[in-house]
Structures are given as structure tokens and as C-alpha cells.
Write a protein that binds this ligand. Structure first.
Ligand SMILES: [Fe+2]
Length: 134
């Protein structure tokens, strides 16, 4: 079983964004799986974390472009939330690379999972319903 499965409860019913959320979950699950392998390669895990951050950036800018396309009034607040998460992820990634830990702490996955679900359900749904009315 995957660490997190995408399902209809977090669907926005906007194809491109749903596909991007699925990809984010897939990247996170892949790191989680690799983390639990008996032979860990810290460098590979650190690279995978970087890749997750890079894709998160791509996804956020895609969402921001989308919100911009229909002049979503909540865009500034939404951008700030994205920026804060990216700063946190950067810190997590730097701390892991500098630590003597060979695996990514489970708390990192739990944080990202909870953040993502809460963000999609609580914040992304707002621009999604606005977009449908726009
Ligand atoms: Fe978002």
C-alpha cells in the first residue's frame, strides 16, 4: 500500500491540477518507499527530496498561472502559503543533507501529507470553485 493514495476526496475536477497533485503524491510515495529499503543511499534520498521540491515549485507556479488567468482575488494569500511551504521544504532538505541520519524522518512525510491534504481541501478548493463560477 502506498503511503498516500490520491482519491476523489482531494479531486478538484480540474484535470491539469489533479494530474499535478497525483504526481506530487507519486514523488512523495517513491521517496517513502526508498526510505524503507534495507539498503539506503543517503545521497539518492537527498536527490529525491530535491526533485520533490523542484516539482512542487513547478506545480505551484502552474497553479498561480491558472489563478491569474481568471483574476482570482485570493491569489496573493495563496502565493504566500506556497512560498511558506517551499521555505519549510528547503529547510527540511538542508537539515537532512547536513544531518547524520541515513533516512528521512517519518515526521517529514507526515508533515507533507497533512499539509497537502489540508491545502487541497481547504485552500485549493476555493480557487477551484471560483474558477467554475468565473
Ligand atoms: Fe495551492
Amino acid at each position: 500500500m502506498a503511503f498516500l493514495d490520491w482519491d476523489q476526496t482531494i479531486a478538484l475536477n480540474i484535470d491539469q491540477i489533479d494530474v499535478e497533485h497525483q504526481k506530487l503524491i507519486k514523488l512523495m510515495n517513491a521517496i517513502h518507499d526508498r526510505n524503507n529499503e534495507s539498503v539506503n543511499n543517503k545521497e539518492q534520498l537527498a536527490d529525491a527530496l530535491r526533485a520533490l521540491i523542484e516539482y512542487t515549485k513547478i506545480h505551484f507556479s502552474s497553479e498561480e498561472k491558472f489563478m491569474d488567468s481568471f483574476l482570482y482575488p485570493g491569489i496573493d494569500m495563496h502565493k504566500k502559503i506556497h512560498k511558506d511551504l517551499l521555505a519549510k521544504l528547503e529547510t527540511i532538505s538542508r537539515d537532512f543533507a547536513a544531518s547524520d541520519q541515513s533516512t528521512v524522518p517519518e515526521s517529514v512525510f507526515l508533515f507533507f501529507k497533512d499539509w497537502l491534504i489540508a491545502h487541497i481541501k481547504g485552500i485549493d478548493t476555493k480557487y477551484a470553485s471560483y474558477a467554475k463560477k468565473a
